[in-house]
Design a protein around this ligand. Structure first.
Ligand code: APR
Length: 230
């Protein structure tokens, strides 16, 4: 028999113990920045330098951060399960922890794209500056899905969750759609888990185990439960 398929939806909470701020906890990023100033197409139109500054700092922070026990624990699951990580995070900590199958719903901080064509993508380790132009002559922008923009990779994430034997949600407030709506695609009877230091509100989810702990500890507990089940 093949390995069981595990779909894992992650958010900023999984990277919190790596020193990256979440968005909506106290002292989260949205407490100090207005979304409409830095994370919408309107913000980019109005003040691209401010938007670049915001993401240039994020990129530096991610470069300085390291995967924590939660990322490593989820990567380790690949030994026993067929794992797909669906992340809202723009950092690369799942990759650096060793996970090999990752869908970045909201973009990636180490990429930039043409402001006119999201398919013209380039790697970026340092800062993006005004005047950095893509092959089509248009300004490069961060390869990030902003509020009010479509989330193209949601289409890939839906069947992964529909086909999963086990579904896990870790470190997300489940407040941002369409990502939050993915929980509704999990099979009714499959085992489901939420790992979060403060379990987010959801509708009734059948067969749900809640692990209310910081991600590093919570993922270890989750692993113990999952390994007993194979
Ligand atoms: N361990 C586990 N969970 C944690 C930890 C931790 N150490 N620290 C915080 N959390 C949890 C919080 O309790 C909360 O449920 O992580 C979640 C963080 O929620 P948000 O800040 O809303 O982050 P997220 O859900 O990833 O945000 C979704 O919103 O602004 C956008 O595009 C951005 O991808 C992001 C999306």
């Amino acid at each position: 028999m093949g390995k069981k398929q595990v779909a894992i939806l992650t958010g900023a909470g999984i990277s919190a113990e790596s020193g990256l701020r979440t968005f909506r906890d106290s002292d989260g990023l949205w407490e100090n920045h207005r979304i409409e100033d830095v994370a919408t197409p309107g913000a980019w139109k109005k003040n691209p330098q401010l938007v670049l500054d915001f993401y240039n700092i994020r990129r530096k922070n991610v470069a300085d951060a390291k995967p924590n026990a939660a990322h490593l624990g989820l990567a380790d699951l690949e030994k026993d399960f067929d794992v797909c990580i669906i992340t809202q995070n723009i950092d690369d900590l799942h990759e650096r922890a060793g996970s090999t199958n990752i869908i970045h719903l909201h973009g990636e901080i180490f990429k930039m794209c043409s402001e006119k064509n999201r398919n013209i993508i380039s790697e970026i380790r340092g800062d993006i500056k005004l005047g950095d132009l893509a092959a089509d002559g248009a300004q490069y922008r961060p390869f990030i899905v902003w509020f009010e923009e479509p989330v193209p990779r949601i289409e890939e994430a839906i069947p992964v969750i529909q086909n999963a034997d086990i579904f896990i949600v870790a470190g997300t407030s489940l407040l941002v759609y369409p990502a939050a709506g993915l929980v509704n695609y999990a099979g009714r009877y499959i085992p489901k888990f939420i790992v979060d230091k403060k379990i987010p509100y959801t509708n009734q989810i059948p067969n749900l185990t809640m692990i209310e702990k910081p991600a590093s500890e919570g993922v270890q507990e989750l692993k113990r439960i999952l390994l007993k089940s194979i």
